[in-house]
Write a protein that binds this ligand. Structure first.
Ligand SMILES: [Zn+2]
Length: 351
């Protein structure tokens, strides 16, 4: 758990000082939140944004004095908002993002791949939002099984559905804008709030995008995301102990020392030892080509590319039973074709 806050913020009281540039009493000074005192009296912002626009930032101040500038305070005990020490967003924060889907680049992309109605359902389930004020990015809310709103990760995509380097968090934006003074981010799995609604097998992937896309391609599983490779922790899956879980790691890059599969395999074994009903899929690892790796394919990309391929030859009558059943569902056929699937006895179905 981590508490992050800005060390220097503009004073929140309506107290105004004399502006060093224009001389009007419209000047807001910066406060050192750790020492609870003002910085030097020329450090601040004039609120006559057009006519004066004076703004001397703490960053510039420390730079000019040749001093080290440390803008962030981490792991300070700053009035946690709940007993567990996690901060939560308000329902209002959430609702404010559930709009502007015609501007949301990721959603626009999804609508080129899927039926509008399907995409709408996915948005409603996962509560995917839009940050139109921040590059028309996509907001992935982390809502836990008790409906606490733990965090909101904001990611900008390009028009072919690929993630860009622009990633932010709503609480970071709110801190910067002075709307809140501290926030203790305690992340949970993306999609966790759906575990009470759907009693399906849980499939865990790395990225939020993959979870969204896979839920559209294959809704026999409930798709959750860790948010990052290192985001798969025992603490995060503890509440899923009674459920059947399958991990679907992403593809590793060429030359990487330990692939995502290898890293998650180690964790999978640990979780299994401590009583989880958990398995891991290695078929993407086996089937992906070096080209896929070079292109940085994730599970969703791979699936989208393979979803229209015909199934390969059926090799046993035992499997025919599954094929007949599964062929009724085109998405499921794709999943068997590209990935492993287990039958009710836990045996892998091979095509
Ligand atoms: Zn001024």
């Amino acid at each position: 758990m981590q508490c992050t806050m800005y060390k220097y913020t503009l004073e929140k009281k309506s107290l105004k000082h004399i502006c060093p540039k224009c001389g009007k009493k419209r000047f807001v000074r910066y406060v050192d939140q750790e020492k609870k005192e003002y910085l030097s009296n020329e450090v601040g912002r004039c609120d006559r944004e057009v006519k004066c626009a004076y703004h001397y930032t703490p960053k510039a101040f420390f730079k000019n004095r040749g001093q080290l500038y440390e803008p962030i305070i981490i792991n300070k005990d700053l009035q946690p908002k709940s007993k567990k020490g996690s901060s939560f967003h308000s329902d209002r924060d959430l609702q404010d993002t559930l709009m502007d889907y015609d501007k949301n680049i990721f959603i626009i992309y999804l609508k080129t791949q899927f039926e509008n109605k399907e995409v709408q359902k996915m948005i409603q389930d996962y509560q995917v939002g839009t940050a139109s004020y921040w590059y028309n990015s996509t907001v992935f809310w982390q809502i836990d099984e008790n409906k606490n709103i733990r965090g909101a990760k904001i990611i900008k995509y390009n028009h072919s559905g690929k993630r860009t380097q622009y990633i932010n968090w709503l609480h970071a934006i709110q801190l910067k804008e002075g709307k809140i003074s501290s926030f203790q981010l305690n992340q949970c799995l993306f999609g966790l709030h759906l575990t009470k609604k759907y009693q399906k097998t849980i499939a865990i992937v790395e990225s939020e995008k993959t979870a969204c896309v896979m839920s559209l391609l294959f809704d026999k599983y409930l798709w959750l995301a860790t948010g990052s490779l290192k985001g798969l922790t025992k603490e995060k899956i503890e509440c899923l102990k009674e459920r059947k879980i399958i991990l679907y790691p992403d593809l590793g890059k060429v030359g990487e020392t330990a692939s995502p599969f290898e890293q998650w395999k180690v964790k999978c074994n640990e979780f299994e030892k401590s009583g989880f009903d958990i398995g891991i899929s290695d078929l993407l690892e086996q089937k992906a080509t070096s080209l896929h790796r070079e292109k940085g394919y994730d599970l969703a990309d791979y699936f989208l590319e393979n979803r229209n391929k015909k199934p390969r030859k059926i090799i046993s009558t035992h499997q025919q039973k599954y094929i007949d059943f599964y062929l009724k569902n085109q998405n499921l056929k794709t999943l068997i074709d590209v990935f492993d699937l287990q039958d009710e006895n836990g045996n892998r179905i091979n095509l």
